[in-house]
Design a protein around this ligand. Sequence first.
Ligand code: BTN
Length: 246
Amino acid sequence: WARQIIAHDELESTNDLAKKLLADGAEEGTLVLADTQTRGKGRLGRSWFSEKGTGLYFSLILKPALPREQHPSLTLMAAVATVEALQPFSPHPITLKWPNDILLNQRKLGGILSEQVLAPGDTVSGVVVGIGINVNQTRFPEELAAVATSLYIETREQPERSDIFSFIINYLYKYYQILLEDGASPILSRWRQNSRMLGSSILLRQGAETHTGVAIDLDAAGRLVVRLNSGEVRAFDGGEVTLHPG
Ligand code: BTN
């Protein structure tokens, strides 16, 4: 595990540079950090608001000896590590929403975007785990104001980003070792403890399909198990969840 941190004032996307470095043979544990991103990426083709100097934007290079179907557990591992590292900075609970949203007072405080890097022959050469956290933003652009928040907005404290960053890195290292040594189940149980969504009614959009039901669990592969309103129980491996739809 390299403790190498590659820091830039500005990048298009820390994930994109990390993917390039991974393809060029960077060591596991290498971190790419930027003070701002000009093309920060979110899930589902969205962009990630990356204001200079207020948020944390970084990507971790991993080369796990895990079968490919277990790679979703890396995202859950990163979500657990991040939420536990952030909790001391907030008097209100910070929670997880499947698959990888970090929420504070029902608004989005952070998100995780994992991307695989394939080598020739379609084998996986590694995974880049990108983490974005809203730390000291005082406001968000209008289109995000209703859904996004920052630690500062919720707590009126201005933590040092470097403190949060080092907490998160330490937790990532700890939970990554646990995942490799003990498998996904301790990660999944931590995830369940840090999520408030199991037992809640949800709406799940996946492509053009919309499903409603109750989120009942995560399965061993990290999929969300939902009891649909039809009574059918189904596991979903992607999509976007709305909690407590009206
Ligand atoms: C999401 O919730 O949609 C995922 C957001 C992930 C944002 C981070 S910021 C650092 C890294 N680089 C990117 O371009 N995206 C991720």
